[in-house]
Design a protein. Structure first.
Length: 366
């Protein structure tokens, strides 16, 4: 998504590596993996750690205009941050917060934006398509049930987009949480690092913040797909690195299993799948500097699909190559596999993304 304010140079490989190293250090400092490993689906967000990470990295405002408290950087910078956060399995609303919530709040100059950017306020976002609303003073009364809203039980408020009287626009509404008429049920998920809840609203007052174009929201969704792909690639890279190191240590028949050709070929295949997904990701991210998000939607879908497919493959094969220990609760391997499984369900799941890509390609050929 072009903002007209992007003055930072494109990131080369060495620049990406240097930035990723700094982000990885910050993630390990505030969300160490041994602590993350103890999370369950009922675990709340560590708000102190999240605020600390936001103060150190300011990830939520990287794409925002300077006048909104952001850094106005190209998408590539945020992609590096998301990839490093994925490798660290950061249990916090970083990617969706930076890709969708922050730009929406900035678009209407919401009062809560500064607190959201510094991590002291948590905001969940929902597209509102499954909700019904009727107009009230300064907003609406909203009812309905939403089955999966990330970080809702930890949020200070819910941001929703609702249909507007004008076809090309959406209304942006806000309600604090908790609030009368809102029921939040924390859900059990295979990936405990991504908290989610079922939200049921009954005549809940929602304050009107302003309106945003449907085109703008579509651009944000495209960027979110790319950043989730980066997150998946980061987690998969960490899983593959861990698997390679284990193959050097585990011995069978008096030799490390990594010395056997069959294991080497499997690891090489996984590396190839992962690099193919990474190439698709960066092809889409780099093109964002020169094109509108609608123009890169096919590339974003390809990157998203390839990242999810590679993540599932690396996670599954990584578990097998670890042998019995990979299936134990004490080992870290299952955490990465669970992240791959949950990420594959994003944006309607891989089949939905494949259908969306097919529709785009079919339409472009007419």
């Amino acid at each position: 998504m072009s903002t007209g304010q992007l003055v930072a140079p494109r990131l080369g490989r060495s620049d990406r590596a240097e930035l990723a190293e700094g982000v990885a250090a910050a993630c390990a400092k505030w969300f160490p993996l041994p602590v993350t490993k103890e999370r369950t689906s009922d675990s709340p967000l560590d708000r102190a750690a999240w605020a600390g990470l936001c103060r150190e990295l300011s990830p939520l405002g990287l794409r925002l205009p300077v006048e909104r408290g952001g850094a106005a950087l190209p998408l590539a910078y945020l992609a590096v941050v998301s990839e490093a956060a994925g490798a660290a399995l950061v249990p916090a609303p970083l990617t969706t917060g930076a890709a969708i919530t922050a730009p929406l709040l900035a678009a209407v100059d919401a009062e809560i934006l500064p607190s959201f950017l510094d991590g002291s306020a948590i905001v969940s976002t929902h597209d509102g398509r499954s909700l019904t609303s009727c107009e009230a003073v300064d907003g609406w009364r909203v009812s309905g049930s939403v089955s999966l809203v990330e970080w809702a039980c930890d949020a200070d408020g819910l941001l929703v987009t609702l249909d507007s009287a004008e076809e090309d626009w959406l209304e942006l509404g806000w309600t604090p949480l908790p609030v009368g008429g809102a029921q939040l049920e924390r859900l059990g998920r295979v990936d405990a690092t991504r908290s989610a809840a079922r939200v049921t609203l009954t005549e809940v007052p929602v304050t009107r913040l302003g309106r945003v174009s449907k085109r703008f929201v579509a651009q944000l969704r495209t960027e979110a797909m790319l950043l989730c792909a980066a997150e998946a690639i980061g987690a998969s890279t960490a899983m593959l690195t861990q698997t390679i190191e284990y193959a050097k240590l585990r011995t069978q028949f008096g030799h490390p299993i990594g010395s056997f050709q069959a294991v080497q070929h499997r690891l090489a295949d996984l590396h190839g799948e992962l690099e193919s997904a990474r190439a698709a990701l960066w092809a889409a991210v780099d093109s964002d500097a020169d094109a509108d998000a609608t123009d890169i939607e096919p590339a974003a879908l390809v990157a998203s699909i390839r990242a999810s497919q590679a993540a599932e493959l690396v996670g599954r094969e990584g578990l097998h190559l670890h042998g019995g220990i990979g299936f134990t609760w004490e080992h870290d391997a299952h955490l990465y596999f669970k992240r791959a499984l949950s990420g594959a369900q994003d944006f309607g799941g891989i089949p939905a993304r494949l259908r969306a890509l097919a529709d785009l390609l079919a339409a472009s050929s007419i």
